[in-house]
Ligand binder design. Structure first.
Ligand SMILES: *[C@@H]1O[C@H](CO)[C@@H](O)[C@H](O)[C@H]1NC(C)=O
Ligand SMILES: *[C@@H]1O[C@H](CO)[C@@H](O)[C@H](O)[C@H]1NC(C)=O
Ligand SMILES: *[C@@H]1O[C@H](CO)[C@@H](O)[C@H](O)[C@H]1NC(C)=O
Ligand SMILES: *[C@@H]1O[C@H](CO)[C@@H](O)[C@H](O)[C@H]1NC(C)=O
Ligand SMILES: [Mg+2]
Length: 459
């Protein structure tokens, strides 16, 4: 059996196909040179040695850049430890498209991934990582192998929060389920990073966020993400990144939450005999998934309009804008005084009322805040007051934002970041990208605290 120090890079099929780990020691395969395609060469990335080849993909070095690698998908579909295996023309291109769109979505949400970019129909560039030999499985509904391991639990049992499981990628032992304690005790050392409790926690929390981000995205297409698996790698600077490939082999996807409509590789796994019509059907499903992914990013961005009572409040408003942009919101700044130019304020407000777009208003007015309450009294759009309070006069300045007449529902925060977060939370109700940015921001806070703690406790 190959140990992990010998074999940091492994290729594995779906998490339900235990014992499909294919592990190739780099040096053994590196002499097998392949003819690189014209488009890879034209992309400016020259493929070097073949690092590893699995049933469904090849990984090459990039000549001149040791930090990158090239992943090439193959037209092959396999299941059950390769017992079932078929050539499926066009599968590599579909996998490329699915994987690229999923990683673009994760990157857009702000997650750290190894994916860099697609360079041709079947090929993408990734940061070169040493792979953590663990499959991180997240489940919303109980199905598949979970039911076998937990007799009595009905299929469709809902996990809130999603259930997380880890499997050690060890073909000789059929990818056994591993506990947190087993993973920490294994003491994996990859690219200078030792996988301990902190690293375990970070990967566990990140897996959950990946699942939630994709679950929300799929929900916009009326598809239930049932479960999925991901893997992590450690890049050359020791950073934990979401790596490997995420495609129709990585998840269960049930349109309208209906198992009978499943669109993932389970369809292939379930086949007893495989006809060419069956394979066409599997391919149609995979293609459908790749096409659906085109619609996962909302066409227009959710907007925030920051009204300031005076241009002297610009700096405060720009702080709000910076935070709002970072959360994926579109921001506009407007100057209008409700005290000195009420009709103009209401005219500007009417522009947004009439736009039919989803807009959250933030009112920034120093001293007595007439602006927020006037806006709020004249619109059903949400209004958040964020007065630029002066430290010597906080109690006075804040009062006009809080003590509003009956019938008004504007809310008040005093920090620019809070205003942006409050607006994002409102938009997150309908915009899954904003929801994802919020979720990832919480994850990044969690990771940053862990890192600070690790640094300080070792001082
Ligand atoms: C590969 O993925 C990229 C990114 O989604 C896409 O533009 C390209 O069309 C895909 N190739 C094929 C053959 O589907
Ligand atoms: C990190 O991993 C990459 C890819 O395997 C390797 O090229 C690099 O030398 C490693 N760096 C360290 C510090 O281990
Ligand atoms: C490793 O990943 C981190 C986080 O994404 C990134 O900042 C760093 O530049 C990466 N290292 C390399 C060598 O690309
Ligand atoms: C709404 O606008 C009118 C001006 O048209 C103003 O007199 C009124 O005070 C506003 N309502 C509230 C509750 O502020
Ligand atoms: Mg894999």
């Amino acid at each position: 059996m190959l140990t992990d120090s010998l074999c940091p890079l492994r290729i594995v099929e779906h998490f339900e196909d235990k014992c499909t780990v294919l592990c190739v020691v780099r040096n053994v395969v590196q002499h097998r040179l392949h003819q690189p395609t014209k488009s890879i060469i034209m992309s400016g990335y020259k493929p070097g040695k073949l690092i590893i080849e699995g049933k469904t993909k090849q990984v090459y070095e990039v000549i001149g850049d040791p930090k990158l690698c090239i992943l090439v998908s193959k037209d092959r579909i396999t299941a059950g430890d390769g017992v079932k295996s078929h050539e499926l023309e066009g599968k590599a291109a579909i996998s490329n498209a699915t994987n690229a769109k999923v990683f673009q979505l994760l990157n857009q949400a702000g997650l750290r991934t190894a994916f860099i970019k697609v360079i041709d129909e079947t090929t993408f560039i990734s940061e070169k990582c040493e792979m953590v030999p663990i499959e991180w499985v997240t489940r919303r509904l109980a199905t598949g192998s979970f039911l076998k391991r937990h007799p009595g639990v009905p299929e469709g049992y809902r996990f809130n929060p999603p259930l997380q499981e880890t499997f050690y990628k060890d073909d000789a032992n059929h990818d056994p389920q591993w506990s947190e304690e087993q993973i920490i005790t294994a003491n994996f050392k990859l690219n200078g990073t030792t996988i301990g409790k902190d690293e375990y926690d970070i990967m566990k929390r990140t897996s959950l966020v990946v699942f939630e981000v994709l679950e929300r995205a799929w929900a916009t297409r009326d598809c239930a993400l049932i479960d999925m698996k991901i893997e992590f790698g450690i890049n050359s600077t020791g950073e934990i990144l979401i790596a490997d490939i995420i495609d129709s082999d990585s998840w269960r996807l049930w349109p309208s939450g209906d198992k009978k409509l499943m669109k993932d590789k389970q369809v292939y796994r379930n086949l007893v005999s495989v006809t060419s019509a069956d394979l066409d059907n599997v391919k149609r499903n995979f293609k459908w998934v790749a096409n659906q992914l085109d619609h996962l990013v909302p066409p227009t961005k959710s907007s925030v309009v920051i009204f300031m009572g005076s241009p002297s409040d610009k700096e405060h408003c720009q702080k709000i804008a910076k935070h709002a942009n970072a959360l994926g919101l579109n921001v506009q700044l407007r100057v209008s005084s409700a005290h000195k130019g009420t009709t103009e304020t209401l005219r500007i407000l009417a522009e947004y009322e009439g736009s039919n777009e989803k807009v959250v208003l933030i009112a920034v007015a120093g001293r007595s805040n007439g602006l927020g309450p006037v806006l709020s009294g004249n619109t059903s759009l949400p209004v958040i007051n964020c007065p630029p309070v002066k430290t010597d006069n906080v109690a006075q300045d804040i009062w006009s934002s809080l003590n509003v007449p009956s019938g008004l529902g504007c809310t008040t925060v005093i920090y620019p970041e809070s205003a942006a977060l409050a607006a994002a939370q409102i938009h997150a109700l309908h915009d899954h990208i904003v929801w994802s940015r919020l979720r990832v921001k919480q994850l990044m806070n969690f990771i940053a605290l862990k890192k600070s703690d690790a640094e300080l406790k070792n001082l």
